[in-house]
Design a protein around this ligand. Structure first.
Ligand SMILES: C[S@@+](CC[C@H](N)C(=O)[O-])C[C@H]1O[C@@H](n2cnc3c(N)ncnc32)[C@H](O)[C@@H]1O
Length: 245
């Protein structure tokens, strides 16, 4: 089982510190996009967390199931209205199985990168494919590696400077390793430091993982409103499809 980087202290402040990601202008396009793909079927969220997307998607009438390894994050989901009604399997989403077939599986907010090896990321695609019905779709939302901002020989890229938060990414280009370092100001004015490991991954590599798992790329956008994906894009929303036969 991978290490849990979303334990009690993180879960306690997750919704507050990710506040922008909970705003209707961010959430609504995600839910529109996913509800359309789910159609009359059910959806499986890998890394369901505190239910930022699962709850509004469920409120749209899509039956949502989840997988997560953090008891603390899922406890926050459970405490929200409707949260106790969403079935969640506890475990690693690269390997954990749930009953049922799904028209949609999704993994948002860069969470595929929480799997820190290529083998684990491939296993995740294979696990998803095993849960999808024929014609079902797998959606990933992830930022592009910020390597155009990394001069040769350097390791650090500042990705956010705000009143209460400073974020610095540390790259290891030899291993596609990425450690995100955060300095966060607490309500009492003190600063806490945390660091979390990721594996950055390119769109083409994700396409290959999908192919290994028997899926093929159906759509790739720069955002949830289907903005065109170009060489200037900083993130992508990609959809792979399990063939009908
Ligand atoms: C950045 S949060 C995203 C939560 C939610 N999807 C959202 O958009 O707000 C990542 C979530 O994925 C979970 N997670 C990370 N790696 C995991 C793994 N290998 N297996 C299961 N859950 C994992 C964490 O516990 C956390 O709840």
């Amino acid at each position: 089982m991978p290490e849990d980087h979303f334990d009690e202290p993180v879960a306690e402040t997750y919704d507050e510190y990710s506040g922008e990601m909970f705003q209707p202008e961010v959430v609504d396009p995600v839910v529109d996009f996913l509800a359309q793909l789910a159609g009359d079927g059910a959806a499986l969220e890998l890394g369901i967390g505190t239910g930022r997307i699962a709850l509004p998607l469920s409120a749209r009438g899509v039956p949502v199931h989840g997988i997560d390894l953090s008891d603390a994050m899922v406890a926050k989901l459970r405490a929200k209205p409707g949260g106790a009604d969403i079935p969640v399997a506890m475990g690693d989403f690269a390997t954990t199985t749930v009953d049922g077939e799904f028209s949609l599986a999704y993994l948002v907010f860069n969470t595929i990168s929480n799997l820190t090896t290529q083998d684990e990321q491939v296993a995740c695609f294979e696990n998803v494919a095993a849960h999808l019905e024929p014609g079902g779709c797998f959606v990933i939302e992830i930022e592009l590696p910020n390597l155009q901002r990394l001069p040769h020989g350097e390791r650090f890229v500042v990705f956010h400077v705000g009143d209460t938060h400073v974020g610095v990414d540390e790259y290891d280009v030899a291993t596609q390793g990425l450690v995100s370092h955060h300095l966060q100001r607490a309500p009492d004015g003190s600063y806490g430091r945390s660091s979390g490991p990721f594996r950055y991954v390119w769109p083409s590599e994700l396409d290959l993982m999908a192919r290994i798992a028997g899926m093929r790329l159906r759509e790739r956008w720069a955002g949830w409103k289907r903005e065109p994906f170009t060489s200037e894009s900083t993130k992508h929303v990609s959809v792979w499809e399990k063939p009908q036969s």
